[in-house]
Write a protein that binds this ligand. Structure first.
Ligand code: EPU
Length: 423
């Protein structure tokens, strides 16, 4: 197992390219199951989650080639049972369920367990697929879905107690593309990654309108064709580097971003006293570290609100921002594992009932810390950039799930980062 050692106190300068979005790539890769023709998907980030998805597709029988960021997939012959050994490694593998069911009339996927960011049920996915006519059965930890006579369009409300579901919306939208008749998804997730998937599906010949809003209408078609697609930039990777630049940078520039997808993150960074300057096209931005910094009150919310996937990183930034910040996670109220580790580095944080109260301290100090999930590990890297001394971050496989070559990108910006083998 690798570990990252971050020597705190260097100033970040220069420019990097933001990678393609992990959370857009995963369902788009899965959607290639909907056609027997070749799909070519560009800017798929080289992270372990996309590698797991490619392994799952290969195990299902797909012919997959990957060369740098481009993946070619052919799903001419595929099976309907996803192997447990691969599926269990990544919750997002649940998004093969919708396309497999639509293509094969049956699918077997193992029921994902909880994870460190909280209980992660799939009831809304199943409610949506049942409404399309699928029969749902549970046995030996697996979910079997069958639709012997095919799927039929329906009106479905996908709202759950914590708001809409991103992968649930993706699953129902993918299944509905090949259903008989029209499907209307109410309370759909409006995240940019859902819109990117809909654009991919429409290019394949699907008839989807309203993606990117709370109401998506899908008119079923009889077949879909192969397509080429370029994945949108990763707004969470961009946000993470924005936070790094605000903490430790001097005019760091991020290329290949999308301003419109980053409004809530940009607003939060600016509220804390930093300045973010976009170019006219909105695809590149420079972050200027501020002088008069202040605490921020934040509450995570579905898009266009502040993303839960940027909660931990912002907490790390605010840990050394003067004043009191209040950070509430309404989507995953238990997603505060990073706070215990940040406290070991000297942060003053109290977590209660899905809310972190952060009193900014002048400086953190290095400590051996442990990554507990993807975004928590990014938060520890950020905290380490300005901490006094060298921070050892163990279990960095978490960060490798979703950040493409993060240590190399930080090195390019001048950070002092080493990746070493843990004994
Ligand atoms: N929920 C239910 N029932 C369901 C599905 C979800 O109650 O059937 C609840 C969840 O427990 C949560 C809320 O609804 O409280 C939202 O969860 P959602 O289904 O939207 O999460 P997801 O689709 O499984 C995606 C991202 C996550 C991100 C969430 C929320 C991917 C691959 N994953 O997960 O990304 O946190 O949306 O925006 O797109 C990450 O990248 O670090 C990550 C965890």
């Amino acid at each position: 197992m690798d570990k990252l050692i971050v020597h705190g106190g260097t100033t970040l300068r220069g420019a990097i390219n933001i990678s393609g979005s992990k959370n857009a790539s995963l369902p788009i890769l899965a959607a290639s199951l909907l056609t027997g023709e070749d799909c070519i998907i560009r800017r798929v980030p080289d992270v372990s989650d996309t590698n797991y998805m490619i392994q799952i597709l290969s195990a299902l029988g797909a012919d997959v080639e990957r060369s740098s960021g481009t993946v070619r997939i052919n799903c001419a012959e595929v099976m309907d049972e996803a192997p447990y050994e691969l599926v269990r490694r990544m919750r997002a593998s649940i998004c093969v369920m919708g396309p497999l069911l639509a293509r094969k009339g049956r699918c077997v996927v193992s029921l994902p367990g909880g994870c460190v960011i909280g209980d992660r049920p799939v009831d809304l996915h199943l409610r949506g697929l049942e409404a399309l006519g699928a029969k749902v059965e549970f046995e030996c930890g697996n979910i079997t879905l069958t639709a012997k006579n095919g799927l039929r369009g329906a009106e479905i409300d996908l709202r759950g107690t914590h708001g809409p579901t991103v992968l649930g919306t993706d699953n129902v939208m993918m299944a509905a593309t090949l259903a008989d008749g029209t499907t209307i998804i109410e309370s759909a997730a409006a995240e940019p990654e859902v819109l990117d998937l809909a654009n991919f599906l429409n290019a394949m010949g699907a008839k989807i309108t309203g993606a990117g809003t709370r109401r998506i209408v899908i008119e079923g078609v009889t077949s879909l064709r192969g397509v080429e697609h370029t994945v949108i930039p990763d707004r969470i990777e961009a946000g993470t580097f924005m936070a790094a630049a605000a903490l430790a940078g001097e005019g760091v520039t991020l290329h290949r971003v999308c301003r419109d997808q980053m409004k809530a993150i940009t607003a939060a960074i600016e509220q804390s006293g930093h300045r973010v300057e976009f170019n006219a096209a909105g695809d590149s931005c420079t972050i200027h570290r501020g002088e008069n910094l202040q605490g921020v009150d934040l509450s995570t919310a579905p898009f266009p609100g502040y993303p839960t996937d940027m909660q931990a990183q912002m907490t790390a930034l605010l840990a050394t921002t003067p004043g009191i910040s209040v950070i509430k996670d309404t989507i995953f109220p238990q997603r505060f594992m990073h706070c215990a580790e940040l406290k070991r580095m000297g942060a003053d944080i109290k977590v209660d009932n899905g809310t972190a109260i952060v009193r900014g301290v002048t400086r953190l100090s290095a400590a051996p810390v442990m990554a507990s999930d993807l975004r928590a590990s990014a938060a520890l890297v950020l905290a380490a950039l300005t901490a006094k001394g060298s921070t050892e971050i163990a279990r960095v496989y978490h960060i490798d799930r979703g950040y493409e070559h993060i240590d190399e990108k930080l090195l390019m910006l001048g950070a002092a980062v080493e990746r070493v083998k843990d004994r």
